[in-house]
Ligand binder design. Structure first.
Ligand SMILES: [Zn+2]
Length: 551
């Protein structure tokens, strides 16, 4: 990237001496601009034209080089390349926005009021929900611990069916409208469940098999579009200018693709196709998709499950379940066959691997397939437990570990129970993994974790969550430096989606995808990171979020 800087400096000199300077759309100045280029250079201004960076440097130099259509004083704010989430689930997050989270309710009344507030907010946002759906209530957290019933719900929601799932999913509370809509009236021979009655009146509480009597609400296309627009607003408000969706069936990526093409979803997004016959049929027939802000050139596979539920595939048994090794999700033979096809189609493979056995299997299969082909950028998603002796596969074959620092801090409380003290040296070893290839794209796996990239940054560098836990940090020898974390959230995430020539750093020629913050993440005290604010988010030179005008 250095040559571009030299060319720019030269052009500044040349144009500076002429009367006709090239036009630039916008100069952002009085800022601390982290270019996140090879030298991690810092500047005080950035010039943008036609959506692209045309120069970074001193304000005076840029003004000499370009005649500016407009200028914006950033008042000392901090500029980074926009954050890219290298592993997330956008559709899952959007869907979750259509369901009220009732976990915080401390009583039955509070649950209903919480739901009402959430519902009113949806109406304000222009959502029309034909069913109101919530989840997460737990009467064990309420005074008296009584199971709820529908009277209050009926009085506040007389006209629309309401279905509220208990935190474990084994019971639902519904209102009269839902009972009417799904014709739930009386026990009528139901086995393995209960429609709770008060005399001949159903109370609205349905238990176990009775839960199936009310229809699960699935949003239609128009509702999903609305939810994705709302999701986009939230993501922009957190400084995100790029996304990798980690696995979607065709119907879902088609929706994102069409919204991307009409400008209804503006955050550039790479989607991994989920491993299913419909996606494979499409890819065989049509090949990868590379459009303006939408890409489909990867396939997502699963090799094992998760550590929390003891589904991660381990070489040695679980420390807290001596007969369990976890569960393989895809057999070695099936995986091998599919990787061969993905390779032949010129696509990127992204395999979920958590346990050390799963990671070893995937790395070996990758190595056999890739041989000396170092630029396929095949990825191991999560790479959570990788034996130190297996790490060389990453650098030997250009394999990318794709990790989520908030997983490490979320799992900190119980990971050692599962793995035992000795095996912890192999776990969440982000610094060691980064050392292999020199890059480590970072993501969140939202909605499993929060969407906030500042949490990713904080977890990566401090190995604590936003509440400061664990106090002394979790396996801190594997923490990343601030520069490494920023690179993982920007240019290295762009590399993992083959977009590093276009975005991920603020260098002439790249898109002006950037985020403006009130806090210098490179210099501030560690405690200041969780309270840093995003002031604005820009994609291709266009300000799509501003804290002054959130909508
Ligand atoms: Zn995921």
């Amino acid at each position: 990237m250095k040559p571009l800087h030299l060319i720019l400096s030269l052009s500044v000199l040349l144009f500076g001496s002429c009367s006709t300077k090239p036009q630039a759309d916008l100069l952002l100045y009085n800022a601390v601009v982290y270019a996140v280029d090879d030298d991690f250079s810092v500047h005080d201004a950035i010039a943008v034209s036609d959506g692209r960076v045309v120069g970074v440097g001193a304000k005076a130099d840029l003004e000499q080089g370009f005649s500016m259509d407009s200028v914006l004083d950033l008042d000392g704010a901090i500029v980074f390349p926009g954050f890219i989430d290298a592993h997330c689930h956008v559709m899952g997050y959007a869907q979750a926005l259509l369901t009220a989270d009732l976990r915080a309710a401390g009583s039955e009344e509070e649950m209903v009021l919480l739901l009402k507030r959430w519902y009113d907010l949806q109406l304000e946002r222009g959502f029309t929900l034909d069913r109101v759906q919530g989840w997460g209530w737990d009467q064990n957290n309420w005074p008296g611990k009584e199971m709820p019933e529908r009277s209050l719900l009926d009085s506040l929601f007389p006209d629309v069916p309401v279905i509220l799932r208990r935190v474990d999913g084994h019971a639902v509370l519904v209102n009269g409208k839902a009972l009417e809509a799904d014709q739930v009236c009386c026990p009528d021979g139901l086995k393995g469940g209960e429609i709770v009655m008060d005399g001949d009146r159903p109370t609205g509480l349905l238990i176990d098999n009775a839960v199936e009597r009310v229809e699960d609400w699935t949003p239609d296309k128009a509702q999903m579009e609305e939810a994705l627009k709302l999701a986009e607003q939230n993501l922009l408000a957190h400084g995100l200018t790029g996304l990798h969706d980690a696995g979607l069936p065709k119907e879902e990526w088609m929706l994102l693709r069409s919204m991307s093409s009409t400008g209804d979803f503006r955050i550039p997004i790479s989607c991994m196709a989920s491993d299913d016959p419909e996606n494979f049929a499409f890819l065989r027939e049509s090949g990868p998709i590379e459009e303006d802000r939408f890409w489909l050139r990867s396939v997502k596979f699963y090799s094992d499950g998760a550590l929390g539920s003891r589904g991660a595939l381990l070489l040695e048994p679980y420390a807290d379940a001596p007969h369990a090794h976890g569960l393989p999700v895809t057999s070695r033979e099936d995986m091998k066959e599919r990787l061969e096809e993905v390779y032949a189609m010129g696509l990127q493979a992204c395999v979920h691997a958590i346990g050390d056995s799963a990671n070893r299997m995937v790395l070996k299969l990758y190595a056999d397939q890739l041989q000396d082909d170092h630029n396929r950028r095949w990825r191991v998603e999560h790479a959570q437990v990788v034996q130190p002796g297996d790490r060389h596969w990453f650098s030997d074959h250009g394999i990318i570990p794709s990790v989520q620092p908030t997983h490490a801090t979320s799992d900190a409380d119980w990971a050692e129970d599962r793995l035992g003290a000795d095996r912890m040296a192999a776990a969440y070893a982000y610094s060691s993994l980064r050392a292999q290839l020199g890059i480590l794209p970072l993501g969140t796996d939202f909605p499993v974790e929060d969407i906030d990239p500042l949490k990713t940054f904080y977890s990566a560098v401090s190995r604590k969550d936003f509440s400061g836990m664990p106090e002394s940090g979790f396996l801190t020898s594997e923490s990343l430096s601030r520069e490494e974390a920023i690179r993982g959230m920007t240019v290295e995430a762009a590399y993992a989606q083959f977009r590093e020539a276009e975005t991920g750093s603020l260098e002439p020629g790249k898109w002006a995808d950037l985020v403006v913050l009130d806090t210098d993440l490179m210099e501030c005290a560690e405690e200041a990171i969780p309270i840093a604010r995003i002031l604005s988010t820009w994609i291709r030179g266009e300000r799509l979020f501003s804290a002054q005008d959130p909508n």
